[in-house]
Design a protein around this ligand. Sequence first.
Ligand SMILES: *Cc1c(COP(=O)(O)O)cnc(C)c1O
Length: 400
Amino acid sequence: MKSPTRIPGRRLLHSPGPTPLPDEVLHALMRQPMDMGDPRNDETIAACEAGLKQVLQTQSADVFFYACNGHGAWEAAIENLVPPGGSVLIPGTGHFSESWAVQTEALGRRVVRTPWIEGLPIDPAVVTETLRADKQHEIVAVFVVHTDTSSGITSDVSALRAALDDADHPALFVVDVVASLGAEPFDFDGQRVDMAVGASQKGLMCPPGVGFLACNAAAFAAAERNPAPRFYWDIVRRKSELSYRKFCGTPPQNLMGALAVSLGLIQSEGLHNVLARHQLLASLVHAAVEGWSEGGALGFFARDPASRSNAVTTVTVPAGTDVDGLRALAREQYQLAFAGALGPLQGRGFRIGHLGDQNPAQVLGALATVEAALEAQGIPLGSGVTGGGTRRALLKLAGR
Ligand SMILES: *Cc1c(COP(=O)(O)O)cnc(C)c1O
């Protein structure tokens, strides 16, 4: 049998998910499966529940894990909260809000959309207006994508909570934190979120394969009232002390073991420090993009600097740029993987992920390598007074 080509060194992974795994997490994946009666099953799940509640900043929410990706967790939110034919408001953030909306409609629910304004976060005033117009309270939930991973834009959760309050509308406030958890400040209890929806493979530094919901009493009560036929996703059925019930079958033991370890790493670094590290790394990437933009070809997709995500940066390119060629060169020749643009942005940009198990040296390496690939393609980059993008980033790190 021919062995796959070995990659010398490490290929840097700067996609906004999946993200690279800490060695401790890799090692946790190598444990032997356990008998279902082994008390370590329950201990592992309990550690994941406690660790996740800490990252979500909640005392009171219940968390439910699924053997699934983010789309599975989206489906769990829809099936539990929205009765057949019920309506959901999904404010436009780009590719991810639209994908969740399409999935919601495919499951027989109705979606009210607010328009997506390119380059900007969700406008809370439009959310208030749309809810006020819903006099019959047909909208049962507002589904918000915290960080839209395609645009690299983070919307303001507190302002959106206030938008629901201002409308005096009883809709549940549901937030997709798949790309933001562990990278952006998020406070489930403090921001009065009713349900959070997430997955393992982005800021949580685990392999893909575990999705989750966190829900407060109001969200759980909505699930209890909801007559929608469901089984695997049903949080009411899953609320149990038995790990077999909690997972509706065999837990994905190795992934849960890995998640317990990664949540422990976040706890020992300290959530506050984890968030500060992401902010620093984002500031290095933003400095580089500012430098590159001086050449007149590249730019930020996010127009408002305050909404630029700490997890991923979307960079716009001139029409006709061979983005796939750029990525293939970086990946195959230079050993740096970064992402293309998605959905409505396809072909109009690329994305640099800077979340999860990342540090300044890795991010500087990634920026320099992206710059080399851009140079190889002859894309004009600024060299101006500051000497170009990567140099700006390293001066920023040096505090100069
Ligand atoms: C990645 C992502 C998803 C989908 O997750 P999958 O695991 O790919 O199904 C959903 N929402 C956001 C914001 C994401 O970044």
